[in-house]
Ligand binder design. Structure first.
Ligand code: FAD
Ligand code: FES
Length: 249
């Protein structure tokens, strides 16, 4: 699917917790995404679009999961079924599905692209999915992941569900080395994974974005090859060993 602006009509904007919502939009054109790609939503009254990962899609329906963290996402949470949202999509380079991946790791809202990736890979490789949340009340999409039939490990920082600790505590329960992995979540989580796991992984990064399609350099990061790369266009998925982690905020 070529990049385009399309009008999506909201069919559902449902609260999953106090602050996390599932948004379903329908489009006239046929949708096609690679897991890890994202869309950029134009919200009424906001100059800059807001980037949100594709969690799931079918021919004409897009599913996003988002957390209210500021004015834009708060405004989004108030949109009602029937309203339309101008959507720039598909954006970015998603996960490389030609590379083997045996372990998928999602932290917080990073579970959104990990859901789409799990769905895409589940019939091709045995997978273990580790999902980390702050506490039991922030757990979302558990049933959806479980229905994919993959091995699941859940961690919560406070131990209110699953294993106590962050996703690294989940990894500590492994009785075999992790060969290949993919992750999305807070930068500190992905940095820890990259520094702990010797094997190559694919990480989906977040950055504050201006344009979302490579024009403003606002999302640039430093890489180990001394080149800067744009999260929106060159990423958001990178090889973990390519990222100069200490340069990220
Ligand atoms: C490629 C990509 C995919 C994303 N996917 C999702 C997703 O699936 N679900 C989801 O809930 N969120 C996702 N985000 C983050 C989301 O874009 C921001 O939370 C949102 O833009 C915040 O808008 P706001 O107006 O509510 O907050 P603002 O008022 O703009 O900011 C509120 C707070 O959030 C922080 N923040 C804002 N934007 C970002 C950002 N891009 N990265 C990191 N911190 C930010 C700010 O520093 C500030 O602390 C994604 C971001 C990127 C770059
Ligand atoms: S957001 Fe403009 S170049 Fe990435």
């Amino acid at each position: 699917m070529d990049n385009c602006c399309a009008m999506g009509t909201i069919i559902q904007n449902k609260a999953l917790t106090d602050s996390i919502y599932e948004l379903k939009l329908t489009y006239q054109q046929k949708l096609d995404f690679i897991p890890g790609q994202f869309v950029n939503l134009k919200l009424d009254g906001f100059y800059l679009r807001r980037p949100i990962s594709v969690a799931d899609y079918d021919d004409h329906t897009l599913t996003l999961i988002y957390k209210v963290v500021g004015q834009g996402t708060d405004a989004l949470s108030k949109y009602q079924p029937g309203q339309t949202i101008d959507t720039l999509m598909p954006l970015g380079n998603g996960f490389d599905l030609s590379k083997p991946i045996d372990t998928l790791i999602g932290g917080g809202m990073g579970i959104a692209p990990i859901y789409g990736l799990t769905k895409a890979l589940k019939d091709h490789h045995p997978l273990t999915v580790i999902l980390g949340f702050r506490n039991k009340d922030e757990i979302v999409y558990l049933q959806q992941f479980q229905s994919l039939g993959v091995k699941m490990i859940i961690t919560t920082d406070d131990g209110s569900y699953g294993i106590q600790g962050n996703v690294m505590a989940g990894i500590d329960t492994f009785d075999h080395p992790i060969q290949t992995w993919a992750a999305c979540g807070p930068t500190i989580m992905m940095k820890s994974l990259s520094q702990t796991l010797n094997t190559h992984g694919q990480v989906s990064l977040e950055a504050r974005m201006g344009c979302g399609f490579g024009g403003c350099m606002g999302c640039s990061i430093q890489t180990t090859s001394n080149q800067s790369k744009r999260v929106c266009l060159d990423g958001p998925v990178f090889d973990d060993k390519e990222v100069l982690w200490d340069s990220l905020k």
